[in-house]
Design a protein around this ligand. Structure first.
Ligand code: SUG
Length: 448
């Protein structure tokens, strides 16, 4: 049966802003207090979705969330009407209000970990929303993420959407940003590659010294258990702690995989040679031929990788068997990175085309092309069971652009986060969006 990879991109929410919330993510902390442009951010994201849809790739949309999250503010003791809750938080704890207002759910690579039906014991596609426990502003995403995923993948005979892992640092889970799957074909059993930053219970593993390791080994193992993955189809690898300290806060900042290919930096993993051997062996047993493309630090340093987001790229399989690499414009701005890419596509290897996209609004918070999408491999019949309203089309693109034009501001400065009107604007936009995307009631204000 035919199977596809579908990329579900996060639609940037109306409160997109720069609050410097992600310690360890260099772009986020360097752009703190800059003014943002939510309208432009949403449009840059939509342009990428539409361009890939036009090239024939399967593309979907994942809805943004209600922000500021007044329910979280109430749990922290800010009381009164919604407007009073926001006013009090703005006065007494602006950093907490900023966290509760973040549009960070746009980075849907962190929405969940997904295992396709060919890999799972019960033959369903499994989703575990990520608890994103390392950052408060992201830890509040998973309840709504779970409801949105259930509204998109509602057929329980085909899809299983789990609860997030326990919200605790031992099980810090960052979703698909730390997970890649290798396979000979999307519908065939593959090798799921879980990359962790540290172990929570086992002190023998090394840890970064400066920045947090956001994903634990124990979280990855729990997701593999929940999804019913066979040991023969799983590889665990540890990120090099020094690269985490250099700003590689997720594995998708230093490596990207697709099909039989892993495109990665020389310093991506600890014991890199052993890791690559294990993937090659396990993939061979599943009928695949592993091809690792290792970028040496002599050609691109870790710092250049972090700055250009070379590895936060999408590798997309084209009909002829070759792959397109989708990179952010920042790769073009680095002479060394761009010339590496030219060499790569001329090398005769699996990647033979590059396209750069302007995603600057998201990039300034550390979110490149790969951060913005959640990959779901689906068979033909599973794809037919997905809520069709969330799949990109010319009509949906036009509708969403018009929706953005009517609901989004083109400037949000730090002081604007105290404006109680922002919540009303966000709710108005989402009320309409749930109808456009056929999601039913998924937001706190709709469920109250
Ligand atoms: O979690 N930035 C996000 C970026 C996520 C990128 N995702 C992947 N690499 N898959 C994060 O660090 C910054 C928000 C702010 O500072 O306002 C932020 O949340």
């Amino acid at each position: 049966m035919n199977a596809y990879e579908v990329n579900f991109d996060g639609l940037v929410g109306p409160t997109h802003n720069y609050s410097g919330l992600s310690f360890g993510n260099v772009a986020s902390t360097s752009n703190v207090r800059a003014a943002s442009n939510p309208k432009l951010a949403a449009k840059q994201g939509l342009q990428k979705m539409k361009a890939l849809h036009d090239l024939g790739f399967k593309q979907g949309v994942l809805a943004p969330q209600e922000r500021p999250d007044v329910a979280s503010l109430r749990r922290l003791g800010f009381a009164g009407s919604d407007a009073e809750v926001i006013a009090r938080a703005a006065r007494e704890a602006p950093a907490i209000l900023a966290a509760a207002t973040s549009a960070s759910c746009m980075w849907t690579a962190n929405a969940a970990t997904v295992s396709p039906s060919a890999d799972t014991a019960d033959g369903r596609v499994h989703f575990t929303p990520a608890n994103l426990n390392n950052k408060f502003h992201r830890s509040i995403e998973h309840p709504t993420t779970g409801r949105v995923l259930r509204a998109m993948f509602a057929d329980e005979a085909r899809f299983a959407v789990h609860e997030a892992l326990p919200a605790q640092m031992h099980f810090g889970d960052e979703g698909a940003a730390n997970h890649t799957r290798f396979c000979a074909g999307y519908g065939q059993p593959g090798v799921e590659f879980f990359v962790f930053g540290a172990a929570a219970f086992d002190m023998r593993y090394s840890k970064p010294a400066k920045f947090p390791a956001r994903q634990t080994l124990e979280a990855s193992q729990a997701v593999a258990r929940l999804h019913g993955l066979a040991e023969a189809g799983v590889v665990y690898a540890q990120q090099d702690p020094d690269t985490i300290d250099a700003g590689v806060f997720h594995n998708d900042v230093i490596a990207v995989g697709n099909g039989e290919v892993l495109f990665h930096h020389q310093q991506a993993f600890l014991n890199q040679a052993d890791v690559l051997d294990e993937v090659a062996r396990k993939l061979a047993a599943r009928g695949g031929r592993f091809a690792a493309i290792e970028v040496p630090r002599a050609e691109v340093t870790v710092e250049e990788a972090v700055k250009s987001y070379l590895f936060n790229s999408q590798l997309l399989s084209k009909p002829g068997g070759k792959m397109l690499i989708v990179v952010p414009e920042e790769c073009r701005n680095s002479e060394r990175v761009w010339s590496y890419l030219q060499k790569l596509i001329a090398s005769g290897g699996p990647i033979d085309e590059v396209r750069a996209f302007d995603l600057k609004q998201s990039m300034q918070n550390g979110g490149g092309p790969a951060c913005l999408r959640l990959r779901v491999a689906l068979t033909e019949s599973e794809l037919a069971a997905v809520n069709p309203r969330v799949l990109m089309s010319d009509a949906l693109f036009a509708t969403l652009n018009d929706w953005v034009d009517r609901h989004y501001r083109d400037r949000l400065a730090p002081e604007d986060l105290a404006d109680p009107q922002l919540l009303a604007e966000c709710r108005g936009a989402l009320e309409e969006l749930t109808r456009i995307l056929g999601l039913g009631s998924v937001y706190p204000f709709q469920l109250a």
